[in-house]
Design a protein around this ligand. Sequence first.
Ligand code: GCO
Length: 441
Amino acid sequence: MKFNRDFIFGVATSSYQIEGAFDEDDRTPSIWDTFSRIEGNVQDMDNGDVACDHYHRYNEDIKLIKELGVDSYRLSIAWPRIFPEKGKYNPKGMEFYKNMITELKQRGIKVAVTLYHWDLPQWVQDLGGWEVRENIDLFLQYTEKCFTELDDLVDLWITHNEPWCASILSNAIGEHAPGKKDISAALKVAHHILLSHGMVVRQYHKLGLKKQIGITLNLTPVYSSTTSFVDKLAASNMDGYFNRWFLEPLFKGAYPMDIVNLYAARNCNFDFIKDGDFDIIREKCDFLGVNFYNRSLVRFDPMSLILCSGAHSKYNKTDIGWDISPNEFIDLIKMVRARYTDLPIYITENGSAWLDVLENGEVKDNERINYLELHLQAVAKMNELGFNIVGYYYWSLLDNFEWANGYSQRFGLVYVNYDTQERIKKGSFYRYKEIIEKKCI
Ligand code: GCO
């Protein structure tokens, strides 16, 4: 199957997961620096202090990106490098991104920048973080600086990465920073993140800037494990909790009432929604970013917040335990097209973790190659069906800090020896390079 000539092949990373240099050039801690220092939060008490040392090795990493042959590189900016304290702009932090992005552009690589990939400055969290509506102003100060300093060099802006993770996983489930377990707090966080997205898009347009801007959601197609009524209820709730809670305000201007009712029955109130908020949230964008990793198979569980738990699935799984489900990837985008939007879609992340072994200087990651091929075939098929997928970013360039899993899960096309910081191209690196060259799978 062929890809169009203008299809964008890319590769993605994020700041906290690769940069390291946690206290250099006046960077102050993010919520992830704080969270990872508390025992029990991150596997093996790993943290991003050094990570892939990308802050010092970005030139070497850009050479890898160039060799891979991608059209575009997706990176994120660390807010605490740009505003290490309230009201204090840090040109040194901005310099790092300017230099790096300039280098990318000189090598003919397009740049997609995520403004928020979860490294909230700790000082903002100390003011209540995303739970406090007024703190959106602090985000706007930061995004304005990014726009005025970098827009010339950037091709595509992503306001937020995966609001479900930044709100629910982080503030209701407590698995990610700041590690809260409070659904009411998480709903406020989700709302303010969505609201800030719309405000940032408005700010961008007010500044008269013209590049593409949008948001990235992580979506999962949900299936009931049986045909029983209650398992179907569970699947509907999971879809509402994970997908519709974000898609509906962005594209239809409301939260899904079935899930509002469910939360209301759990004593959540919705006072944080003000008149006009949904008009802001649904501000027109240029594209939708979708991160896809796996499908969800679920069953009824009366003890759970949303009456739903994961069910046993017989599908083959990646090492992180996620079902390999390329056909369901197609179902997902079909659903998005049917119910929500005609905007061009970028797959801003897709990838898989495996227990890679370095043997005689090589990593033969055939499972990752297989996953990559299956998902790119799905993308090509979606385009045959007319779904208008305009680009695909593989997650990730490098093995890196996989959040609560620390360094235990490797997603990279390039293996990182964390003792020496040596980079070793895996088999999948060469396979992806070949696919990009041929524009064919
Ligand atoms: C995401 C995360 C990435 C993860 C990847 C694998 O956007 O989901 O941003 O940072 O590393 O998804 O779990």
